[in-house]
Design a protein around this ligand. Sequence first.
Ligand code: ATP
Ligand code: ZN
Length: 645
Amino acid sequence: MAQISLTFPDNSVREFDAGVSTLAVAKSIASSLAKKAVAGELNGTMVDIEQPLNQDGNFKIFTTDDVEGLQVLRNTAAFVLGAAIKKLHADVHFGEHQANDDGFYLDTDRAAGQIAISELPEIKKAMQKIISANQPIERQLVDKTELLETFKDDPYQESLVKAIDSVQIAVYQLGDYISFGDRALLKTMAPLKHFELLSVAGAYWQGKSSNPMLQRIYGTAFFKAADLEADLKRRAEIKERDHRTIGRDLDIFFVDPEVGAGLPYWMPNGATVRRVIERYIIDKEVANGYQHVYTPVLANLNLYKTSGHWAHYREDMFPPMDMGDGEFLELRPMNCPSHIQIYNHHNRSYRELPVRIAELGMMHRYEKSGALSGLQRVREMTLNDGHTFLAPDQIKEEFKSVLKMMMEVYDDFNITDYTFRLSYRDPANTEKYFDDDEMWNNAQSMLKSAMDDLGLDYYEAEGEAAFYGPKLDVQTKTALGGEETMSTIQLDFMMPEKFDLVYTGADGQEHRPVMMHRGIVGTMERFIAYLMEMYKGAFPTWLAPTQVEIIPVNLDLHSDYAKDIQKQMAAKGLRVKLDLRNEKMGYKIREAQTQKIPYTLVVGDQELADQTVSVRRYGEKDAADEPLKEFIESTEADVANYSRV
Ligand code: ATP
Ligand code: ZN
């Protein structure tokens, strides 16, 4: 019999009869390994545990302990999900499926209306039935032409088959459910015990917004019950923090894809939070020597040709508007060229430097529709932007002072979980990064030495720099476990060249300034999404849309006192709401809590007589009486000090 030789990860080589299975190989090593083995990998291709091996090559065995093992389990779960849906609804077409670190999904398209979340329990039951029947999933190799014939009435599967570049395709079958593609599935369904169907969401066929919308069904699966339990707990926590849920529940914002994907509408509550932050940051910057300006979101396309955006950043830009008279207008993707106009509008002397221009600048970026997410990634955004024009010998000092301001801001918002990332160019990528070794090396080492001077920890990321220069990014963690850039300080030696920026030096000669781009809180959109997640919607008093809600015990007897309190507090700039609806008091108090209002005041006979209020803080069960005057003063102090309550 022909022999094959398998090379194991430890480089040992062993001979087997051709046609041996992964399971048999595992058994020959140890019976404990065979028990845990779920699939193999030969020369980079996953193989089922009983699939015959007919080639020499590098070989691995995956077990229930490996991420690849988990992938096999989840692929099997996605397969069983498809089989269960097929049993329940013969009219469903299937799109793509995937198993990944986060679980698995399967795209479905039902003619009679998409599968709803309320149907998941029934589908899960059908899956469990299939699993306990434990019939083997049959695997065979089928000719591509034959498979095309099988799927001739199924446009999604047909086009997936067409895209495969091989004569024979591995097909898995259970009853009349057929699924194909390179992946390994479990031989027996017994290990598929701990799984859950999680959610449904619309997903465009193959991710293109011009294609039909299918319904994606998400689930997850684990080998151990405890792992599933921990994962579900983590998901519940994420859901509680998800800014899109909070944004809806607290009426902060909405995005309506019918009106414009990635173009958020700020409801009064969200607008209030945003206005408070905008005022805060403008005041902070003005106090730090910035001059705030307003510049247009539209400019002649030539501006972005000169800046280099059109050459290097075009795919993130909206297409130009052809005005029909030879003029092309462009929605700006960045504010830098606008601030350059401001700098250039006057002759500048070395005595003025650094010139710090700042703006809450609205910009538009054509983000991919699949990447859009609530306020976190949008297509219209307002950046807390600033550009400093300075002499080369001022870079280090300025960099340090921006960092200092940044950390003060973080402290006011109680943001503590962040890391620094120094981003360099990738020297090999000359298409993205303009070619000037000396400038890159200089600028990169300058930032590095400033960070070292300040004794701050950072990591270095090659290939993450902007096309015009290196940068320092401040990375924060999102509730969903991702990492995102909040603040950024970027050095730029290129744009001053392109726009021929100059200042008159002490020597009376013209010199080239350096430009520093910086954002402290980033875009209003992403920053507020972040804050919603960090605070779980319970904004500290200074940011809360409504800071105080007043509930009269008896509408007839106590409304006037409540109105009087509102008037006094509003006069101090506090945001106070009265609840004069004809509802039970307990109901109103509970509602104020779900709206996460920092203070709920209840006023009745006693409070009116004593000129006090009964104060309940958000999240606390008990209320306490306080003299009205004291309450107003302490709330004002909370706001003034950016208190964390
Ligand atoms: P990303 O890598 O997230 O796309 P970027 O590196 O392109 O961001 P910059 O050009 O440095 O971002 O933009 C400045 C700031 O704008 C970022 O720090 C980020 O906070 C924010 N930002 C960028 N793109 C978006 C977006 N699509 N929606 C909301 N905020 C954004
Ligand atoms: Zn800029």
